[in-house]
Design a protein around this ligand. Structure first.
Ligand SMILES: [Zn+2]
Length: 324
Protein backbone atom coordinates (compact mmCIF):
# COMPACT_ATOMS: atom_id res chain seq x y z
CA UNK A 1 0.00 0.00 0.00
CA UNK A 2 1.13 3.52 -0.84
CA UNK A 3 0.72 6.58 1.34
CA UNK A 4 -2.23 8.72 0.13
CA UNK A 5 -0.03 11.84 0.42
CA UNK A 6 3.62 11.15 -0.44
CA UNK A 7 2.89 8.08 -2.57
CA UNK A 8 5.76 6.12 -0.99
CA UNK A 9 5.31 2.40 -0.43
CA UNK A 10 4.70 1.42 3.20
CA UNK A 11 7.23 -0.91 4.71
CA UNK A 12 10.48 -0.76 6.64
CA UNK A 13 10.57 2.48 8.59
CA UNK A 14 7.51 3.77 6.71
CA UNK A 15 4.53 2.69 8.83
CA UNK A 16 0.80 2.90 8.10
CA UNK A 17 -0.87 5.23 10.57
CA UNK A 18 -4.41 6.34 11.32
CA UNK A 19 -5.32 9.82 10.15
CA UNK A 20 -8.47 11.49 11.55
CA UNK A 21 -11.01 12.90 9.07
CA UNK A 22 -12.08 15.60 11.50
CA UNK A 23 -8.89 16.45 13.42
CA UNK A 24 -8.63 14.77 16.79
CA UNK A 25 -7.82 18.10 18.42
CA UNK A 26 -11.23 19.44 17.38
CA UNK A 27 -13.15 16.33 18.46
CA UNK A 28 -11.66 16.77 21.93
CA UNK A 29 -13.21 20.27 22.08
CA UNK A 30 -16.69 18.72 21.91
CA UNK A 31 -16.67 15.70 24.25
CA UNK A 32 -20.49 15.63 24.43
CA UNK A 33 -20.86 15.23 20.64
CA UNK A 34 -19.64 11.67 20.54
CA UNK A 35 -21.81 10.11 17.86
CA UNK A 36 -20.29 9.57 14.44
CA UNK A 37 -22.56 9.65 11.41
CA UNK A 38 -21.48 8.14 8.11
CA UNK A 39 -23.50 7.42 5.00
CA UNK A 40 -25.79 4.63 6.16
CA UNK A 41 -24.90 4.10 9.78
CA UNK A 42 -24.09 5.93 12.95
CA UNK A 43 -22.14 4.78 15.97
CA UNK A 44 -21.25 6.18 19.34
CA UNK A 45 -17.57 6.68 19.94
CA UNK A 46 -15.22 9.20 21.39
CA UNK A 47 -12.67 8.92 18.69
CA UNK A 48 -14.12 10.05 15.38
CA UNK A 49 -13.64 8.59 11.95
CA UNK A 50 -10.12 7.64 10.83
CA UNK A 51 -8.54 6.32 7.65
CA UNK A 52 -5.45 4.14 7.72
CA UNK A 53 -3.61 4.94 4.49
CA UNK A 54 -1.17 7.64 5.61
CA UNK A 55 2.49 7.05 6.42
CA UNK A 56 4.03 8.05 9.74
CA UNK A 57 6.25 10.69 8.09
CA UNK A 58 3.34 12.60 6.50
CA UNK A 59 1.01 12.09 9.46
CA UNK A 60 3.45 13.19 12.15
CA UNK A 61 5.04 15.85 9.95
CA UNK A 62 3.16 18.07 7.50
CA UNK A 63 -0.35 16.90 8.32
CA UNK A 64 0.25 17.39 12.02
CA UNK A 65 1.63 20.90 11.36
CA UNK A 66 -1.48 21.79 9.36
CA UNK A 67 -3.66 20.50 12.21
CA UNK A 68 -1.77 22.64 14.72
CA UNK A 69 -2.52 25.73 12.66
CA UNK A 70 -6.18 24.88 11.94
CA UNK A 71 -7.07 23.53 15.37
CA UNK A 72 -5.46 26.59 16.94
CA UNK A 73 -7.59 28.96 14.86
CA UNK A 74 -10.79 27.17 15.88
CA UNK A 75 -9.90 26.69 19.55
CA UNK A 76 -8.68 30.26 20.03
CA UNK A 77 -11.18 32.24 17.96
CA UNK A 78 -14.32 30.29 17.12
CA UNK A 79 -15.46 28.53 20.30
CA UNK A 80 -17.79 31.37 21.29
CA UNK A 81 -21.14 32.55 19.97
CA UNK A 82 -21.15 35.61 17.69
CA UNK A 83 -24.85 36.45 18.09
CA UNK A 84 -24.52 39.84 19.76
CA UNK A 85 -27.70 41.43 21.20
CA UNK A 86 -29.98 42.59 18.40
CA UNK A 87 -27.22 42.80 15.83
CA UNK A 88 -26.85 39.36 14.33
CA UNK A 89 -24.97 40.66 11.33
CA UNK A 90 -22.06 42.36 13.02
CA UNK A 91 -18.69 41.90 11.37
CA UNK A 92 -15.79 40.47 13.33
CA UNK A 93 -12.15 40.71 12.37
CA UNK A 94 -10.04 37.58 11.91
CA UNK A 95 -6.57 36.84 10.72
CA UNK A 96 -6.04 33.91 8.37
CA UNK A 97 -2.92 32.56 6.73
CA UNK A 98 -4.45 31.71 3.35
CA UNK A 99 -2.13 28.89 2.41
CA UNK A 100 -2.06 27.16 5.80
CA UNK A 101 -5.83 27.42 6.09
CA UNK A 102 -6.62 26.21 2.57
CA UNK A 103 -4.10 23.35 2.73
CA UNK A 104 -5.61 22.27 6.07
CA UNK A 105 -9.16 22.35 4.71
CA UNK A 106 -8.15 20.54 1.51
CA UNK A 107 -6.48 17.83 3.58
CA UNK A 108 -9.73 17.36 5.52
CA UNK A 109 -11.80 17.21 2.32
CA UNK A 110 -9.34 14.70 0.80
CA UNK A 111 -9.54 12.49 3.92
CA UNK A 112 -13.33 12.69 3.75
CA UNK A 113 -13.39 11.58 0.11
CA UNK A 114 -11.15 8.58 0.79
CA UNK A 115 -13.52 7.35 3.52
CA UNK A 116 -16.33 7.39 0.97
CA UNK A 117 -14.04 5.86 -1.67
CA UNK A 118 -14.91 8.66 -4.08
CA UNK A 119 -12.84 9.67 -7.09
CA UNK A 120 -9.86 11.53 -5.61
CA UNK A 121 -8.10 12.49 -8.84
CA UNK A 122 -8.40 16.24 -8.14
CA UNK A 123 -6.73 15.81 -4.75
CA UNK A 124 -4.00 13.54 -6.16
CA UNK A 125 -3.25 16.22 -8.78
CA UNK A 126 -2.99 18.83 -6.02
CA UNK A 127 -1.39 16.79 -3.26
CA UNK A 128 1.91 18.65 -3.61
CA UNK A 129 0.19 21.89 -2.62
CA UNK A 130 -1.18 20.22 0.55
CA UNK A 131 2.22 18.67 1.35
CA UNK A 132 4.70 21.32 0.24
CA UNK A 133 2.83 24.59 0.20
CA UNK A 134 2.43 27.67 -1.94
CA UNK A 135 5.16 26.85 -4.49
CA UNK A 136 2.68 24.30 -5.84
CA UNK A 137 -0.42 26.53 -5.60
CA UNK A 138 -2.39 26.44 -8.87
CA UNK A 139 -5.01 29.01 -7.89
CA UNK A 140 -7.68 26.42 -8.71
CA UNK A 141 -9.76 26.84 -5.54
CA UNK A 142 -12.11 29.50 -4.22
CA UNK A 143 -12.17 29.92 -0.46
CA UNK A 144 -14.72 31.81 1.66
CA UNK A 145 -15.29 32.26 5.39
CA UNK A 146 -18.37 33.03 7.46
CA UNK A 147 -19.80 32.72 10.96
CA UNK A 148 -22.34 30.30 12.31
CA UNK A 149 -24.77 32.08 14.63
CA UNK A 150 -27.70 30.29 16.25
CA UNK A 151 -30.80 31.76 14.58
CA UNK A 152 -33.50 29.74 16.32
CA UNK A 153 -35.24 30.90 19.52
CA UNK A 154 -34.13 27.80 21.47
CA UNK A 155 -30.62 26.55 22.32
CA UNK A 156 -29.10 24.59 19.46
CA UNK A 157 -28.82 21.46 21.63
CA UNK A 158 -32.57 21.00 21.30
CA UNK A 159 -32.23 19.91 17.69
CA UNK A 160 -28.87 18.20 18.06
CA UNK A 161 -25.81 20.30 17.37
CA UNK A 162 -23.61 19.79 14.33
CA UNK A 163 -20.58 21.67 15.60
CA UNK A 164 -18.16 19.63 13.50
CA UNK A 165 -19.40 18.83 10.05
CA UNK A 166 -18.26 18.41 6.46
CA UNK A 167 -20.87 18.80 3.73
CA UNK A 168 -20.16 17.95 0.12
CA UNK A 169 -21.84 19.89 -2.66
CA UNK A 170 -24.32 22.02 -0.72
CA UNK A 171 -26.85 24.01 -2.73
CA UNK A 172 -26.14 27.73 -3.04
CA UNK A 173 -29.52 29.49 -2.95
CA UNK A 174 -29.35 33.31 -3.14
CA UNK A 175 -32.99 33.67 -2.08
CA UNK A 176 -32.55 31.17 0.67
CA UNK A 177 -33.78 27.86 1.98
CA UNK A 178 -36.83 29.31 3.73
CA UNK A 179 -37.83 31.15 0.57
CA UNK A 180 -37.30 28.02 -1.48
CA UNK A 181 -39.68 26.03 0.74
CA UNK A 182 -42.43 28.57 0.12
CA UNK A 183 -41.68 29.31 -3.55
CA UNK A 184 -40.08 26.16 -4.83
CA UNK A 185 -40.39 26.78 -8.56
CA UNK A 186 -39.03 30.29 -8.66
CA UNK A 187 -35.97 29.58 -6.61
CA UNK A 188 -34.81 26.72 -8.80
CA UNK A 189 -33.56 29.07 -11.52
CA UNK A 190 -31.49 30.96 -8.97
CA UNK A 191 -29.28 28.04 -7.93
CA UNK A 192 -25.62 29.02 -8.33
CA UNK A 193 -23.50 26.37 -10.03
CA UNK A 194 -20.99 25.81 -12.81
CA UNK A 195 -19.98 22.92 -15.02
CA UNK A 196 -16.35 23.82 -14.26
CA UNK A 197 -16.72 23.01 -10.57
CA UNK A 198 -15.27 19.68 -9.42
CA UNK A 199 -16.77 19.82 -5.91
CA UNK A 200 -17.92 22.27 -3.26
CA UNK A 201 -17.45 21.68 0.45
CA UNK A 202 -18.82 23.43 3.49
CA UNK A 203 -16.76 22.75 6.57
CA UNK A 204 -18.28 23.95 9.81
CA UNK A 205 -16.07 23.80 12.90
CA UNK A 206 -17.65 25.46 15.97
CA UNK A 207 -18.67 28.98 14.88
CA UNK A 208 -16.49 29.00 11.77
CA UNK A 209 -17.98 28.10 8.40
CA UNK A 210 -15.66 27.66 5.42
CA UNK A 211 -16.83 27.29 1.83
CA UNK A 212 -14.34 25.77 -0.60
CA UNK A 213 -14.85 25.38 -4.33
CA UNK A 214 -12.53 23.08 -6.30
CA UNK A 215 -12.15 24.00 -9.97
CA UNK A 216 -11.55 21.38 -12.66
CA UNK A 217 -9.59 23.66 -14.95
CA UNK A 218 -8.60 27.16 -14.13
CA UNK A 219 -10.99 29.06 -16.36
CA UNK A 220 -10.27 32.49 -14.86
CA UNK A 221 -13.39 34.09 -16.28
CA UNK A 222 -15.81 31.48 -14.98
CA UNK A 223 -14.07 31.35 -11.60
CA UNK A 224 -14.24 35.14 -11.27
CA UNK A 225 -17.92 35.18 -12.26
CA UNK A 226 -18.96 32.62 -9.62
CA UNK A 227 -16.79 34.26 -6.94
CA UNK A 228 -18.40 37.63 -7.69
CA UNK A 229 -21.88 36.11 -7.52
CA UNK A 230 -21.11 34.60 -4.11
CA UNK A 231 -19.54 37.88 -2.95
CA UNK A 232 -22.55 39.93 -4.00
CA UNK A 233 -25.42 37.61 -3.17
CA UNK A 234 -24.14 35.84 -0.04
CA UNK A 235 -22.58 37.01 3.21
CA UNK A 236 -19.45 34.87 2.82
CA UNK A 237 -16.12 36.70 2.74
CA UNK A 238 -13.70 35.71 0.00
CA UNK A 239 -10.17 34.87 1.17
CA UNK A 240 -7.14 35.53 -1.03
CA UNK A 241 -3.41 34.71 -0.68
CA UNK A 242 -2.35 38.38 -0.60
CA UNK A 243 -4.45 39.32 2.40
CA UNK A 244 -4.42 38.30 6.09
CA UNK A 245 -7.09 40.38 7.83
CA UNK A 246 -10.77 39.84 7.08
CA UNK A 247 -14.14 41.05 8.30
CA UNK A 248 -16.36 38.00 8.69
CA UNK A 249 -20.09 37.86 9.39
CA UNK A 250 -23.03 35.51 9.81
CA UNK A 251 -23.83 33.04 7.03
CA UNK A 252 -26.40 30.95 8.96
CA UNK A 253 -30.16 31.07 8.85
CA UNK A 254 -32.61 29.16 11.08
CA UNK A 255 -32.59 26.16 8.76
CA UNK A 256 -28.81 25.69 9.15
CA UNK A 257 -29.21 25.56 12.94
CA UNK A 258 -31.61 22.62 12.83
CA UNK A 259 -30.44 20.56 9.85
CA UNK A 260 -26.93 21.72 8.97
CA UNK A 261 -25.46 23.20 5.79
CA UNK A 262 -26.88 21.09 2.97
CA UNK A 263 -28.06 24.40 1.53
CA UNK A 264 -26.73 27.90 1.98
CA UNK A 265 -28.88 31.01 1.86
CA UNK A 266 -27.95 34.35 0.35
CA UNK A 267 -28.39 37.79 1.92
CA UNK A 268 -32.09 38.04 1.03
CA UNK A 269 -32.67 34.56 2.44
CA UNK A 270 -30.99 35.39 5.76
CA UNK A 271 -33.16 38.50 6.15
CA UNK A 272 -36.38 36.71 5.30
CA UNK A 273 -35.65 33.86 7.70
CA UNK A 274 -34.74 36.25 10.52
CA UNK A 275 -38.01 38.18 10.06
CA UNK A 276 -40.06 34.99 9.97
CA UNK A 277 -38.52 33.57 13.15
CA UNK A 278 -38.85 36.89 14.94
CA UNK A 279 -42.52 37.02 13.94
CA UNK A 280 -43.03 33.49 15.29
CA UNK A 281 -41.82 34.53 18.76
CA UNK A 282 -44.09 37.57 18.85
CA UNK A 283 -41.44 40.08 17.84
CA UNK A 284 -39.26 39.27 20.85
CA UNK A 285 -35.51 39.06 20.50
CA UNK A 286 -33.76 35.72 20.02
CA UNK A 287 -31.71 35.97 23.18
CA UNK A 288 -34.78 36.80 25.30
CA UNK A 289 -36.68 33.81 23.95
CA UNK A 290 -33.64 31.56 24.47
CA UNK A 291 -33.11 32.77 28.05
CA UNK A 292 -36.72 31.92 28.89
CA UNK A 293 -36.46 28.52 27.25
CA UNK A 294 -33.19 27.69 29.04
CA UNK A 295 -34.84 28.53 32.36
CA UNK A 296 -37.77 26.20 31.62
CA UNK A 297 -35.57 23.34 30.39
CA UNK A 298 -32.15 23.25 32.06
CA UNK A 299 -29.18 21.45 30.50
CA UNK A 300 -29.49 18.28 32.58
CA UNK A 301 -33.02 17.81 31.26
CA UNK A 302 -31.62 17.37 27.73
CA UNK A 303 -28.73 15.32 29.02
CA UNK A 304 -31.10 12.81 30.64
CA UNK A 305 -33.16 12.58 27.46
CA UNK A 306 -30.09 12.10 25.31
CA UNK A 307 -28.81 9.28 27.54
CA UNK A 308 -32.19 7.53 27.44
CA UNK A 309 -32.25 7.57 23.63
CA UNK A 310 -28.62 6.46 23.37
CA UNK A 311 -29.31 3.46 25.61
CA UNK A 312 -31.87 2.31 23.06
CA UNK A 313 -29.95 3.22 19.90
CA UNK A 314 -26.43 2.19 20.96
CA UNK A 315 -26.94 -0.71 23.42
CA UNK A 316 -23.44 -2.12 22.78
CA UNK A 317 -21.75 1.05 23.92
CA UNK A 318 -23.90 1.16 27.02
CA UNK A 319 -22.98 -2.42 27.94
CA UNK A 320 -19.31 -1.65 27.48
CA UNK A 321 -19.60 1.35 29.77
CA UNK A 322 -21.34 -0.71 32.45
CA UNK A 323 -18.58 -3.34 32.50
CA UNK A 324 -15.94 -0.73 33.24
ZN1 LIG B 1 3.42 9.76 3.31
Amino acid sequence: MECAYCNNKMGGSLVRTKEHIIPDGLIKLFPEEDITFIKDKSFKDNNGLTIKDVCNICNNGVLSDLDSYGNGIIANHFMCSFGIADNYNREFQFEFNYHLLSRWLLKIAYNYERVYKSNTKWFKDNVNYILKGEKYFKDNISLFAGLHVNMIPVPEDVHGKFSLSIIKNPKLLPLGVTYSIYNEERNKEMLISSGQIENIYVIRFASAVFLIILWMDVDEKEKYLIEEKINNLFTFEKLIPEKNLYKVRRVSEAFNCTTGYGAISGKIGLELSEKLIKHSIGGRNFWEARAKFTKLFPADYFDKGRRMIEEIEYPQTQNKNKKK
